[in-house]
Design a binder for this molecule. Structure first.
Ligand code: HMG
Ligand code: MG
Length: 299
């Protein structure tokens, strides 16, 4: 069966924009976040408190948090890799963060300048302090299906590192297909392996990039296993600057179209969402990759 309701974890302002070359003005980011909330998204990942040289596009995280609207009932998590990032987030009233680990050594090195073990050691005091401050902490795990340098990722490895992220104190683990190589049978096998290890789908979310056009099929496979939290980005914008061949996330509009077609509630209204992606595309200077946006957008 399928769930009655799915929580869409919108990552457009963070994952979507982090790879944009031209710096997007902070006012545009704030307007994007307001529009997404108005379209009914209840979780909107706003930005990252990472090193500004590593992700220059998000170097305005402080300015954004100081200026953006916060709609009551909407959650606005941010990425935090280390204690310096946590200090910055706490100083700006953040109540929810996400740490982000890697299932492979190659990506841990490129994305965090650490081995997998060193990155977990870096996260530990972040989670401990964040929980003591009353924050919610999500864990991401990248390269859960394959890695551009190492090839396919062993399922046992993903379950092991994912389990360690949850043990640090994360309420949820988001399984990232950073380069979009996964296929539905692999998704099913991975989720069942977590189940066998005692980690049920109530603690798992899925995070698909659509590089190979598999994101929607993979999402459906995950829903059938009981996953009810799905990450996506409005218009399908995005990609990770430290993972070659990564493209945008599963588009939120494509996800909403499928879910509503299946009778699954999301709380999201498609029309203002499509308008938002068309507006953002005009700001970014290129068309949205979402097929649903292309189909529904008016001239
Ligand atoms: P490092 O160079 O090893 O940092 O980078 P360090 O700990 O050695 O510190 C060096 C200097 O940076 C110090 O300054 C720190 O204070 C400063 P100094 O004392 O030399 O003057 N510094 C900072 N400044 C501001 N904010 C900070 C910060 N941290 C250190 N937070 C680090 C290590 C983790 C910082 C770096 O590798 C980094 O920022 N990485 C982030 C990369 C990133 O954001 N990638 C994209 C997000 S992940 C993703 O997209 C995947 C996902 O979507 C899921 C999926 O698709 O799979 C989540
Ligand atoms: Mg991502």
């Amino acid at each position: 069966g399928l769930p009655d309701e799915v929580t869409i974890y919108e990552v457009g302002p963070r994952d979507g924009l982090q790879n944009e070359r031209a710096v997007v003005p902070v006012e545009v980011k704030a307007e994007l976040i307001s529009r997404l909330a108005a379209a009914g998204l209840s979780v909107i990942e706003a930005t990252s408190f990472v090193h500004p040289k590593w992700v220059p596009q998000l170097a305005d995280a402080e300015k954004l948090l100081a200026s953006m609207e916060r709609v009551p009932g909407v959650r606005y998590p941010v990425l935090v890799p280390n204690e310096r990032g946590l200090d910055r987030a706490l100083a700006h009233g953040v109540t929810e963060i996400a740490i982000f680990g890697s299932a492979t050594e190659s990506f841990a090195r490129r994305n965090l300048n650490r081995t997998v073990d060193e990155s977990l050691a870096m996260f530990e005091p972040v989670v401990t302090r964040a929980l003591a401050e009353g924050l919610r902490v999500r864990g991401y795990l990248s390269m859960c299906f394959g890695d551009p340098w190492e090839g396919p990722t062993a399922i046992e490895r993903v379950v092991e590192i994912g389990g360690r992220l949850l043990e640090l104190g994360c309420y949820e683990l988001s399984l990232g297909d950073t380069i979009g190589v996964g296929t539905p049978g692999h998704v099913t096998a991975l989720l069942r392996a977590f189940g066998t290890a005692g980690i049920g789908t109530s603690r798992l979310a899925v995070h698909f990039h659509d590089t190979y056009g598999q994101a929607l099929a993979n999402t459906l496979a995950a829903l059938r296993e009981g996953v009810t939290v799905v990450d996506s980005s409005a218009g399908g914008i995005g990609g990770c600057p430290y993972a070659m061949s990564a493209t945008g996330n599963l588009a939120t509009e494509d996800l909403v179209w499928m879910l509503h077609g299946l009778g699954v509630r999301t709380g999201v209204s498609l029309e203002p969402l499509v308008e938002t992606s068309v507006w953002l595309a005009s700001r970014l200077g290129r068309p949205p990759t979402s097929r649903v946006v292309q189909a529904l957008a008016k001239e």
